[in-house]
Design a protein around this ligand. Sequence first.
Ligand SMILES: C/C=C(\C)C(=O)SCCNC(=O)CCNC(=O)[C@H](O)C(C)(C)COP(=O)(O)OP(=O)(O)OC[C@H]1O[C@@H](n2cnc3c(N)ncnc32)[C@H](O)[C@@H]1OP(=O)(O)O
Length: 719
Amino acid sequence: MAQYTRVSGSVGLITLQSPPVNALSAAVRQAIVDSMQRALSEPEVKSVVICGQNGLFSGGADIKEFRGQMSGPPLIPMIHAIEASSKPVVAAIEGIALGGALELALGCHYRIAHSKARVGLPEVTLGLLPGAGGSQRLPRLIGVPAALDLITTGRHVTAAEALKFGLVDQITDHNTVNVAVKFAQRVAGQPLDARRISTYPCLSPPDVDVLFEEVMQRVRRTARGAIAPIACVQAVRAAATLPYNQGMERERELMATLSTSGQTRALQYFFFAQRAVGRWSMPSGARWDTSKPRPVHKAAVIGLGTMGRGIAVALAQAGFSVVAVETQEKQLMEAKQAISGMLERGAKRRGVAPALDKINYGCNIQSVAHVDLVIEAVFEDMALKKKVFQQLSAVCKPGTFLCSNTSGLDIDQLACQTRNPELVVGMHFFAPAHVMKLLEVVYGPKSSPLAVATAMQLGKKIGKVSVAVGNCRGFVGNRMLKPYLEQALFLLEEGATPEFVDQVLEEFGFAMGVFRMSDLSGLDVGWKVRMADGLAVPNPTTGQATRLRQGRRYSPLGDLLCEQGRFGQKTGRGWYQYNKPGSQVAKPDPWLHSFLDEYRAWHALVARRIDHQEVLERCLYSMINEGFRILEDGIAAGPEDIDVIYVFGYSWPRHRGGPMFYATTVGLNKVLERLEHYHQAHPDVPSLQPCDLLRKLVASGSPPIQKWREVIKKVRSQL
Ligand SMILES: C/C=C(\C)C(=O)SCCNC(=O)CCNC(=O)[C@H](O)C(C)(C)COP(=O)(O)OP(=O)(O)OC[C@H]1O[C@@H](n2cnc3c(N)ncnc32)[C@H](O)[C@@H]1OP(=O)(O)O
């Protein structure tokens, strides 16, 4: 847990030992307390160094311990005792010092970091604040503005940046522990009063009130309802305005509120969910730990529209050689210019050289003959995609993985066009593909574990959070979006406005409400899909029948807007009006309101008052219900996969854990009961009919989300 040794005669070395990240578990904390006592009691020991084993200082408090009753010595008195020590204590920081680990280092009298180390206070990302004195010591050490930045964002900083802030005293390229031991020998016996950060005054800029007001406004704007970032600002404000002891008391009060909040439970769940999706499995039993990926050195992107360009940039920035293909010369030149601009801007932001030479451009599909993996990103049209896959299968060297960036078409149909369907998977990126973190890796019935493992690994290498999902219309993300969009349209028919629906969803925490999001994505995209499905019929005969299609309730509202050329932001008109095409400032549109009135009158619909609760329940519960169906069908292996997809791909507020976790916070029985209520009111809307898995989970006492997989297994084995 922590090893105590004496080195160089006079230095007590405490090595934290708790794989994988030397988290400060109860046992580790106890061992630190015991080791410190030993070091203080041994007269030969003149100074102390604290380090972590395996080149890693520590990942902070043990997040797994947050679930139960805390035991062992608490962090705050332990850190105070270190700071109060009569012998100098030096933190030797290798790898990472995060959260409680950095707070521990702040209690030490000196901090020496390896040049490749990263430090930070990421507690805010877990719905907490640096509650072991970090919110009070950090501003005293590095100043209020820098501390506010680090504490409210939770970002990790490099050793070089930490040195600039004065957060560490020295950085080294050599063995950090050896350097720290020599340093500890040098400072032994020197006075320590000036090294105890808690005794420092907190130096604030003269306009400190203005600063806090500005930061608070920014944080409220970006927090989307999360409470931790706000508490972080309040804690730092206490450091800036109160004596240390009173500041610590304020930190304790704020922490008490946060640590019992539903938000921290959601964020802790999400922390582990993000890691769980890497341990993917397929219904065949193939798994992440038994399926080896094949290395990819050279990749190709076919089709250089918005998505293809983003994918090419993501690959090149991660160091892959890329062949970028667009068959029309003019489009190829435009794409080349756009991609170069994206690479240059990205490189400028990251302070590196642009990876322009990583991409070779071509008009001919033959140019992909020697790549290891191809990502097709042509227009979302099955016939076109099939043709491309036939060509790829003929052109590519044996063993090339063929991937499609379709957002919902049948992967199996594409696989059937090739000689090696086992090498075909979907790689569904999200726009803009070089920015958005999510990647759905879609396996069809013929996809091999090798192909899935390779796509998952490629996703990781290009910095994506990759989630393996099964093949069905819309996969996980877009399949669940369908009932959500559908309910939003029905709510308009029944009396709501786009502004009201969006306001409710944005207050819930979505970055954008459903209508603003649709305007941004372009209304024509879904219209084309609905036309291809025979749902949207241009200028259909009007009347009641138009609201019932293919045996279920249908709202043609989106189709009617498209028929008027209202495609959203790009045309300056959609569910909102914009000053000009391309503008992002959405304004309520009186035309749209009259159009809705006329539409309702035409269909003899009487507008009624729709409240906040109904908007949330119908939009979210119908989506969650589809999530349960997806689990029942085995399209997602577990609820964590769905939640990670929704947070990273669809701006679901992270502090609510994802839609499936949210269902547990509402209560599965309540979700079931409300779905039953709405389905009774709208029997022609199948997405409101509660699915079997939800009923079974409720019948089995609504087990915690971590236990759902067992119930799912049982339900699926009965199918
Ligand atoms: C009050 C609150 C206080 C005082 C706190 O300290 S809150 C904790 C603050 N610390 C953090 O938020 C750090 C969280 N961890 C990470 O950011 C990363 O895990 C890492 C940078 C430390 C390492 O990243 P990486 O190399 O990519 O590895 P993984 O993320 O996959 O993690 C490996 C396994 O370690 C588990 N882990 C990581 N950190 C902790 C932790 N603090 N407590 C418990 N377990 C931790 C992680 O879950 C992985 O295990 P598996 O889930 O794969 O079993």
